[in-house]
Design a protein around this ligand. Structure first.
Ligand SMILES: NC(=O)c1ccc[n+]([C@@H]2O[C@H](COP(=O)([O-])OP(=O)(O)OC[C@H]3O[C@@H](n4cnc5c(N)ncnc54)[C@H](OP(=O)(O)O)[C@@H]3O)[C@@H](O)[C@H]2O)c1
Length: 249
């Protein structure tokens, strides 16, 4: 049976851990030549071991304009084109509006919004007809969760960016869709909360999910594959929510 991404060149930003790593593996197994980015030496090295020598694991800061431009110059030099772009790199910061410094908001916006906007800009000349972009947003854009203003705002911006990019890239034959996962067991929460608070928060979230559990990274990766492949060939500008029913029921 033909693989879903046979012969495609696919970039996964933030592909060294969690959802990005699972998606990079799946894209590789579905026949794509995969490029992964991250910025932390340890996780870059671990991803190289996990993904094997057929995947290019590159150090590139998803919030640094010069690094983003250099990344796409490098991809153009190595591969001359890009077929699939999964803009997945993202960070979470927690804190109420009243208590957070401006730098928190700016840090989140730089990685979660400015980076994807610049990536779309530099990727556009590399796309060919049949290309697909997937923006990894979040159901947080739909919720008023206390302390999530920067993160939720960044994901709402991504959803909007996806609509406009879908309109602008349609002339090239490139589809753009947004993936909005619900709470997923990726380790991202543990990066910003102490272990006890993270466990309590995740348990509370699981209780709010109709399926009464968190998502796992492979479930989100399969949704990303659907949007990245021709299985979704008549979808663009769409938001696909994968949240165990949390915002739907
Ligand atoms: N887990 C959830 O519940 C959930 C729900 C909805 C949406 N999402 C979204 O899913 C995406 C992936 O998150 P995840 O849950 O898989 O968390 P994760 O394991 O923390 O993955 C984040 C990835 O992004 C990379 N990254 C972060 N900042 C970066 C930067 N400045 N430059 C380059 N790479 C950077 C990380 O690399 P380093 O190791 O180098 O930092 C890592 O590879 C995020 O956009 C997140 O908002 C997650």
């Amino acid at each position: 049976m033909r693989k879903k991404l046979e012969g495609k060149i696919a970039l996964v930003t933030g592909g060294t851990t969690g959802i990005g790593l699972a998606t990079a593996k799946l894209f590789r197994d579905e026949g794509a030549r995969v490029i992964v980015t991250g910025r932390t030496t340890k996780t870059l090295e671990e991803a190289r071991i996990h993904l094997g020598s057929t995947v290019d694991v590159l150090s590139s800061d998803a919030g640094d304009p010069a690094a983003i431009e250099a990344l796409f110059v490098d991809i153009a030099r190595r591969y001359e084109r890009l077929d699939v772009l999964f803009l997945n790199a993202g960070i979470v910061r927690i804190g109420t509006i009243a208590e957070s410094p401006l730098s928190t908001f700016e840090d989140v916006m730089r990685v979660n919004v400015v980076g994807p906007w610049l990536s779309l800009k530099h990727a556009t000349p590399l796309f060919r007809s049949g290309g697909a972009v997937v923006l990894n947003a979040s159901i947080n854009a739909r919720l008023g969760m206390v302390g999530s203003s920067a993160y939720a705002g960044s994901k709402a911006a991504l959803r909007s960016l996806g609509r406009v990019a879908a309109a602008e890239l349609a002339a090239l034959g490139v589809r753009v869709n947004v993936l909005s996962p619900g709470p997923t067991d990726s380790g991202i929460t543990e990066k910003v909360l102490d272990p006890a608070t993270a466990a309590a928060t995740l348990a509370h979230l699981a209780e709010r999910i109709v399926l009464k559990r968190l998502g796992n990274v492979d479930e989100i990766a399969r949704a990303a594959l659907f949007l990245a492949s021709d299985d979704s060939s008549f979808m663009t500008g769409e938001e696909m929510v994968v949240d165990g029913g949390m915002t739907r029921v």
